[in-house]
Write a protein that binds this ligand. Structure first.
Ligand SMILES: NC(=O)c1ccc[n+]([C@@H]2O[C@H](COP(=O)([O-])OP(=O)(O)OC[C@H]3O[C@@H](n4cnc5c(N)ncnc54)[C@H](OP(=O)(O)O)[C@@H]3O)[C@@H](O)[C@H]2O)c1
Length: 243
């Protein structure tokens, strides 16, 4: 069998594609020939420092269910849904019940809402869903209980949707990134003690780059390469979870 990675004539939606890991994933699909839609929190694409003009841009605020529903209504056919948008609501807000709820809505509830809303369109192709978990899917975070709970939830939701949507030919998988150099981790990168202990605990002894997440996503999205893979969360973490 000859395998190829060609996403021409495929429609990809990457939530949180305005930055970091999402932008790297969106760019990789674009380079592989796809038509790619991205979302961000800003009203228009030109409000971002990076050039998003090659993508179809939609504003989507994931804690606002009306905004998620508007996104579902606005995007056309979808072959691959990458539920990447996410954040870490810092303390003290993140430790309060309202902050906990907000973080859960952004990182987990919106993933279910989008998956359900786009299910009929994904079933038509049939397409696939790829979610973004975390090392905090497996380890606790004292300062971010909702971040950890939401990312642990992503692993369970990935398995549940894989089971529920298999009959429609929709595969549902996730990746669990290790420590990746993005805006989300800027504070940790800048903190010598925190960064040092992460590097010490990572067998490959370095931070991951956003582009290094994209290869596994393209693999999971390919029905040629990963047609019998569903319900899994693959760590892409430099060995962090193995140690
Ligand atoms: N970096 C890591 O080490 C790491 C590790 C494990 C998992 N992850 C996960 O990877 C995903 C991407 O993170 P990243 O590191 O690339 O972070 P990032 O650079 O901060 O990008 C986050 C993306 O999510 C969007 N977003 C944030 N809050 C949102 C909200 N309330 N509603 C809608 N969209 C929102 C952002 O939009 P704006 O650009 O408009 O702010 C941006 O596009 C997240 O799910 C994160 O939890 C990251």
């Amino acid at each position: 069998m000859v395998y190829s990675i060609d996403y021409s004539e495929q429609n990809i939606l990457v939530t949180g594609g305005s930055n970091g890991i999402g932008l790297a994933i969106a760019q990789a699909f674009l380079n592989a020939g796809a038509s790619v839609s991205v979302t961000g929190t800003k009203e228009t694409a030109d409000q971002y420092p990076c050039n998003l003009s090659a993508f179809h841009y939609h504003q989507a605020i994931m804690e606002d269910t009306a905004s998620v529903d508007a996104l579902i209504a606005a995007v056309g056919p979808v072959d691959v849904l990458v539920n990447n948008a996410g954040t870490f609501v810092d303390p003290p807000e993140g430790l309060l019940p309202e902050g906990f709820d907000r973080n859960m809505f952004i990182n987990l509830n919106s993933v279910y809402r989008l998956s359900l809303g786009l299910h009929p369109r994904l079933a038509k192709r049939p397409g696939c869903i790829i979610n973004i978990a975390s090392m905090y899917s497996y380890f606790g975070s004292g300062s971010g209980p909702a971040y950890s709970a939401s990312k642990t939830g992503i692993v369970g939701l990935t398995k549940s949707l894989a089971v529920a949507y298999a009959r429609d030919g929709i595969r549902v998988n996730a990746i669990a990134p290790g420590w990746v150099r993005t805006n989300l981790t800027a504070g940790t990168q800048a903190n010598e003690a925190s960064s040092g202990s992460i590097l010490k605990r990572t067998p490959l002894a370095r931070w991951g780059e956003p582009e290094e997440m994209a290869g596994t996503i393209l693999f999971l999205a390919s029905s040629d390469l990963a047609g019998f893979v569903t319900g899994v969360t693959i760590p892409v973490d430099g060995g962090y979870s193995a140690m």
